[in-house]
Design a protein around this ligand. Structure first.
Ligand SMILES: Cc1cc2nc3c(=O)[nH]c(=O)nc-3n(C[C@H](O)[C@H](O)[C@H](O)COP(=O)(O)OP(=O)(O)OC[C@H]3O[C@@H](n4cnc5c(N)ncnc54)[C@H](O)[C@@H]3O)c2cc1C
Length: 394
């Protein structure tokens, strides 16, 4: 598809779809549209993806996601990642999720989770299996360990650029880097480097609330959530087959917190170390190919991203890590912050400012896990709308 419109000596390329933003949401839309045979252009203001999508853990999480449509999106995204990663030359570095419980209240949450539909393919594992998957696991005080088989982990800072390169080489997606989208018109996008003609447009602006459709975004009273992240190295960290989270994650992730059993855990954690809860500190630790761990995170909410990483939050993240992992001679080798759009009520926000335009935001910290399936749904909603798709995007 796509067409060349000529007027006199001027020849203008018309795309079927322009996508604003080369984060995972934008690339998910571009992937789905290009696979459906559409001619796609991605417009990105930076010279490469530079937002949340390259600052995250690269952790494609299923277990722990909000139940219902969002959990289904995470499962579908995981399947898409599993399918395209080998084709795109993106290494999958870890498989599965280990959730150790050190407090009885956390063990109770894990047992309750296993009784839900979402827990059907998860299971409790014994210490030997837990240590095989995570040789660094602290076993003292361990009550229960849940294993989820669904998860994948990629190195986002390398995976996102590689995904963009593959979309170009394999599926003919064009990229306009260093190009800011200034406004969306009926027949395309006005940008800082000229007009790009397109029959339809999807805007995936991440946590930029003021450039495109600021009035539409303002209606949803979104906040920006800032996270602190660390890369931690230690004396010969052994291979971690799976990603690890902790009791604290059972008190934060909606798939767990929706369970009645989570209230007792939250109350206990509030009493034990209130500051960690106030800064939304919990544990995700993933491992890179050089053996170093990416460890986080914290959550601070405001009107814009926090530019400054705080030493006290870093210490809290390390304390959360030390509860679960034994890493001798650990030291922090890298620090960064990242931010995403946040809504206390919605997991995703899809608006339809015009028949041929969609505004798409992941309004929580789950875009790495859900962005590829969200892209499929948005492309379906744009080109083949149905009540079922509209319902899934609520
Ligand atoms: C530290 C951190 C850890 C996280 N960990 C996880 C995790 O483990 N698992 C998980 O599922 N999720 C995680 N998340 C959340 C996930 O990273 C985000 O939900 C996701 O990356 C959002 O993707 P996006 O494409 O919407 O936004 P972004 O990645 O922010 O991309 C938006 C892009 O749009 C561009 N843009 C904006 N406006 C314009 C314009 N007018 N013109 C041109 N370009 C424009 C920006 O430059 C940017 O590149 C984490 C987030 C952070 C910050």
């Amino acid at each position: 598809m796509g067409s060349i419109a000529s007027s006199g000596s001027r020849v203008a390329r018309t795309f079927d779809l322009a996508v604003v933003g080369a984060g995972i949401a934008g690339l998910g839309v571009a992937l789905a549209a290009a696979r459906a045979g559409r001619k796609v252009v991605v417009i990105e203001r930076d010279s490469r993806a530079n937002g949340a999508s390259i600052r995250n853990f690269g952790f494609v999480t299923v277990t722990g996601q909000r139940g219902g449509a969002h959990w289904a999106r995470a499962r579908r995204s995981r399947d898409i990642w599993a399918e395209i990663a080998p084709r795109a030359g993106i290494p999958v570095l870890q498989h599965g999720l280990v959730m150790p419980a050190y407090r009885q209240e956390a063990a109770d949450v894990l047992h309750a989770f296993l009784r839900t539909e979402m827990g059907a393919e998860c299971r409790l594992i014994d210490r030997a299996e837990a240590i095989r998957r995570l040789p660094l696991l602290r076993t003292e005080g361990l009550r229960e360990v849940l294993f989820s088989p669904h998860e994948l982990r990629v190195e986002s800072r390398e995976a996102l650029p590689q995904l963009a390169r593959w979309l170009g080489a394999a599926l003919g997606v064009e990229f306009r880097w260093n190009t800011t989208a200034l406004s969306v018109e009926d027949r395309g996008v006005a940008t800082s480097t000229g007009f790009i003609a397109a029959a339809a447009t999807v805007v995936c602006p991440g946590d930029c609330f003021t450039a495109l459709y600021p009035d539409v975004i303002a209606r949803h009273a979104l906040q920006v959530c800032t996270l602190q992240m660390l890369r931690v190295t230690g004396e010969s960290a052994p291979r971690m087959e799976s990603v690890v989270m902790s009791d604290r994650s059972c008190a934060r992730y909606e798939g767990f917190t929706a369970l009645p059993e989570a209230a007792a855990l939250q109350a206990r954690l509030d009493l034990e170390k209130r500051a960690l809860r106030d800064f939304g500190v919990h544990l995700i630790a993933v491992q890179s190919s050089d053996g170093s761990l990416v460890v986080g995170d914290s959550h601070v909410y405001g009107a814009c991203a926090e530019p400054f990483a705080r030493a006290e939050i870093e210490e809290m993240i390390l304390a959360a890590m030390d509860e679960v992992l034994v890493l001798p001679e650990r030291r922090v080798s890298e620090r960064w912050t990242g931010s995403y759009a946040y809504s206390p009520t919605r997991a995703v926000l899809v608006e339809r400012p015009a028949k041929n335009v969609r505004l798409v935001m992941v309004t929580g910290g789950t875009g790495a896990s859900t962005g590829l399936a969200l892209g499929e749904q948005v492309v379906a909603d744009l080109f083949h709308p149905s009540a079922a798709i509209a319902q899934a995007l609520q």
